[in-house]
Design a protein around this ligand. Structure first.
Ligand code: IMP
Length: 191
């Protein structure tokens, strides 16, 4: 089954490919001729995922899905949330985002946080949404060099190491995106 995944992020692509498994051929944006950044102007993850999926569907008419992820930190009232990519600067600068997060939480004892991924799927013109969540906490310093984004700071519940210290398979098995994609697979298999 061919389906377009609305991302240009190579890390995301390989994570989603691994979880989707056999039977699905993921087509990238570049392969369908979309090279520009897709606008993400929604006020919520749900709105952004939907906006990105519609952007692809309107231009290609192909079945497609888009995801949007946010890191929601309790002490920061859910920030950076929908602004996770542009937390420190407009430039998707992972290192600067991590520095800012550590700074905002300096001296704070409540370091509870969760990653939430929303996926919008459009099949035959009909949209459906699924969600995946992983709860955890923000470490006091960065550790590990795997993954991307906030991975060096996020320690999932039940673990003592960050996502960046785990193998790709370990992260996928428990991550927000892994869980959202597992729900996506159910939708794709059920219909
Ligand atoms: P996006 O809008 O789904 O690309 O995600 C927004 C931002 O959240 C990204 O730029 C990353 O900083 C962060 N993010 C998304 N997924 C992950 C992840 O799996 N690990 C760490 N950070 C992530």
């Amino acid at each position: 089954m061919k389906i377009v995944f609305a991302t240009n992020n190579a890390h995301k692509l390989s994570e989603v490919r691994a979880v989707l498994g056999e039977g699905f051929e993921l087509v990238t944006l570049r392969e369908v001729g979309i090279t520009e950044d897709i606008p993400e102007t929604g006020a919520t993850l749900d709105e952004n995922a939907s906006q990105k999926a519609h952007y692809v569907y309107e231009r290609t008419g192909l079945d497609c899905f888009a995801d949007d992820t946010g890191l929601e930190v309790e002490e920061l009232n859910g920030a950076p949330g929908v602004r996770s990519a542009r937390y420190a600067t407009e430039g998707h600068d992972f290192a600067a985002n991590n520095r800012k997060l550590l700074h905002e939480l300096e001296g704070k004892t409540n370091r509870r946080a969760r990653f939430r991924t929303v996926i919008s799927l459009i099949r035959g013109g009909v949209e459906q949404q699924v969600e995946g969540i992983v709860e955890g906490r923000i470490a006091t310093e960065e550790a590990g060099c795997g993954g991307f984004g906030y991975d060096p700071l996020f320690v999932p519940d039940g673990h003592t190491v960050t996502f960046a210290e785990m193998s790709a398979d370990e992260k996928n098995a428990i991550s927000h995106r892994g869980r959202a994609v597992a729900e996506l697979v159910k939708l794709l298999r059920d219909s």
